[in-house]
Design a protein around this ligand. Structure first.
Ligand code: HEC
Ligand code: HEC
Length: 293
């Protein structure tokens, strides 16, 4: 990907750069002279100001740097949209280095991914490779230890929203997951939402107002069962979490549950299949599955 300047800025940069180079050389040329005893003509109290010539080494360096700039601008990008005769770009350099490393490590990943799952998970070095991949690709969201944080599920426990067997984990990683918990505030109203929130607290075995929970139950049975099930056990096909395990992706206080029900939630696990390729996805899934064992 390269970003190009608009016509105006292209010419602005190009003209500005070339004109300055010419001005530098003119400045040097205009001030040239070799006589040691030349004065500027300024005299103060009989003291004359000398105009000593610039040292030759300095002039040489100056000329060399101008010559270097011209060469640089021919070869590398610098003059507006002119890309330089080498066609060098920083993204191109990044891509070619990434390619180089991909090719270098691809055989290692292929060899690991071809092993039986149990073997792979028992191999300490292979799991370290998995951990490295996790830290590089996943830790920004799930945390370095994979324990998750607000909005990002814990991957080390035995509770899975989308399924915890190897294949389900692999699908989560390669295809991504998009959860849609609609906003129920408008339908339930403030009072209704509070009642259902108390009912949810009750499902999780937490302190709650029993009267309000009883008032919320019909609403739960009418709306929430479709996704969270009659007992609140959730549905991995929809990514609707189990509401009874007292593990909360978005917090388990009355206020947080109220907010979730009222405003909805749309957790998104981005698809990584294309980015990682099949072998790395396989190793990562094996690593993730091993975390909860
Ligand atoms: C941009 C943030 C982000 C990144 C990066 C990310 N994830 Fe996720 N991941 C999420 C979110 C958010 C969810 C929960 C989706 C939901 O709300 O159901 C999730 C869910 C998951 C799940 C399903 C958990 C369950 O309980 O079913 C797995 C497995 C997973 N991620 C693994 C990974 C792995 C492995 C990587 C690295 C390749 C990764 N994630 C990278 C945000 C991210
Ligand atoms: C269309 C399916 C659907 C319906 C209907 C639905 N939910 Fe959800 N719910 C979800 C999904 C999917 C998530 C996960 C959202 C995410 O991960 O971003 C969720 C998340 C939640 C959470 C957050 C759990 C946590 O771990 O933080 C609560 C609480 C909740 N729902 C309660 C309810 C209640 C109460 C109702 C009824 C008023 C309801 N849901 C109706 C699909 C649904």
């Amino acid at each position: 990907m390269s970003v190009s300047l608009s016509e105006f800025w292209h010419w602005f940069v190009l003209a500005g750069t070339l004109v300055s180079l010419v001005l530098f050389m003119w400045l040097l040329y205009a001030n040239r002279h070799t006589s040691e005893n030349q004065t500027t003509g300024h005299v103060w109290d009989g003291i004359e100001e000398l105009d000593t010539p610039l040292p030759m080494w300095w002039v040489g360096m100056f000329v060399l740097s101008v010559v270097f700039s011209v060469g640089y601008l021919v070869v590398y990008p610098g003059l507006g949209n002119f890309s330089g005769v080498l066609d060098w770009t920083s993204t191109g350099e990044h891509d070619s280095q990434a390619d180089f490393h991909d090719r270098r490590f691809a055989p290692l990943y292929r060899e690991l991914a071809a092993r039986p799952l149990a073997d792979l998970q028992a191999d300490r070095v292979a799991m370290q490779v998995g951990r490295r991949l996790f830290i590089n690709n996943c830790s920004t969201c799930h945390g370095v230890s994979a324990a998750g944080t607000f909005g990002y599920p814990d991957l080390t426990d035995e509770q899975w929203i989308w399924g915890g067997d190897f294949d389900a984990i692999k699908t989560s990683i390669s295809a991504g997951r998009t959860a849609v918990m609609p906003a129920w505030g408008p339908a339930l109203g403030e009072d209704g939402t509070t009642n259902v929130a108390h009912y949810v607290l009750g499902l999780a075995g937490q302190d709650h107002d029993a009267e309000r929970a009883a008032a919320g139950k019909p609403q739960y049975d009418a709306i929430c069962v479709t996704c969270h099930g009659p007992q609140g056990k959730g549905n991995p096909l929809l990514g609707a979490p189990d509401l009874t395990n007292n593990i909360w992706q978005y917090g388990g206080s009355l206020e947080q549950i109220y907010f979730t029900i009222s405003n909805g939630r749309t957790g998104n696990m981005p698809a990584h299949g294309e980015l990682l390729g099949a072998d790395k996805t396989h190793i990562l899934a094996a690593y993730i599955e091993s975390l909860s064992q």
